[in-house]
Design a protein around this ligand. Structure first.
Ligand SMILES: N[C@@H](CCC(=O)N[C@@H](CSS)C(=O)NCC(=O)O)C(=O)O
Ligand SMILES: [Fe+2]
Length: 262
């Protein structure tokens, strides 16, 4: 009798632990706990935009908004009664135009944010390990150069996740053949700043071209065909990638230096 009641107690504790664990996780969308989280997709450029908000203060941030999706983003923010305070870019995008400037016009408290190293225009220029507070939470900005010199990954400690921009893609990584790209630098950035996070943390990329939406540190350490290799094999692989340039590169690069506005 004693043995079976101790067994039952242990089982109940384990169930409750696993529920707590699950409640902390966010996948495509979540609004449990203190925060709102949405992963939004632009089908034309395969770009992910992320919305995170504090439910109490209603302060919200968007990571990597796309100009052509500004109406969508405005609707979601307004429907949820959120105040957009930061429109963040992980880097100067080469394949699409950022919505940060247009969002600033529509949300008067919104400030545009990008790394100092990008040399792009913005209200806030971040340096390594700067914190971006909103409501009762914050994003930690980490320099992760290599795809471009100014790439940043945003680590959300409270959500146990990171937004990697194009530094790390699911089972891939950003190209390194333009915008001061450098394969060795990228390899070192990803390993030291992203794949060093706890193994169960979620990683959300800036794009996915294969229909996947989220990964974890552990999955990428084991399965990323590029980044699980030794650095010299990675560098050789990237040299041989030979991808065509993004279709919109000539329009996107100059516009993204000025928040996407003419
Ligand atoms: N075909 C797309 C561009 C695809 C591309 O170059 N993607 C970049 C991220 S956007 S700068 C990349 O780094 N890709 C890595 C890879 O392995 O695919 C277009 O024409 O826009
Ligand atoms: Fe990029």
């Amino acid at each position: 009798m004693m043995k079976s009641s101790a067994h039952l107690m242990r089982a109940m504790r384990n169930i409750s632990k696993s529920l707590n664990y699950k409640n902390k996780r966010f996948y495509g969308a979540a609004s449990q706990g203190d925060h709102i989280f949405r992963q939004l997709f632009d089908i034309r450029t395969f770009t992910y935009t992320y919305l995170i908000a504090d439910k109490t203060s209603k302060d919200a941030v968007l990571i990597d908004p796309v100009l052509e999706q500004t109406d969508r983003d405005e609707s979601i923010l307004k429907q949820l009664g959120l105040n957009l305070i930061y429109a963040i870019n992980t880097h100067v995008h080469a394949d699409h135009v950022t919505g940060s400037g247009e969002l600033k016009k529509r949300f008067r408290n919104c400030q545009s944010v990008i790394s100092k190293a990008s040399n792009a225009k913005a209200d806030i220029h971040l340096e390594n390990l700067n914190s971006l507070p909103f409501g009762s939470t914050a994003l930690e900005a980490r320099n992760t150069p290599g795809h471009t010199n100014g790439c940043m990954t945003f680590v959300w400690h409270d959500g146990e996740m990171a937004f990697t921009g194009d530094a790390l893609l699911i089972r891939g990584c950003g190209r390194t053949d333009f915008q001061e790209g450098n394969s060795e630098t990228l390899y070192n950035s990803v390993h030291s700043q992203i794949l060093s996070l706890p193994k169960n943390w979620l990683l959300y990329p800036g794009h996915d071209y294969t229909g996947q939406s989220v990964t974890t540190v552990e999955e990428e350490l084991i399965n990323n065909p590029r980044l699980r290799q030794p650095i010299k094999d990675f560098v050789k692989f990237m040299e041989e990638l030979k991808l065509p340039y993004p279709r919109e590169i000539e329009r996107a690069l100059p516009l993204n230096m000025v928040c996407g506005l003419q």
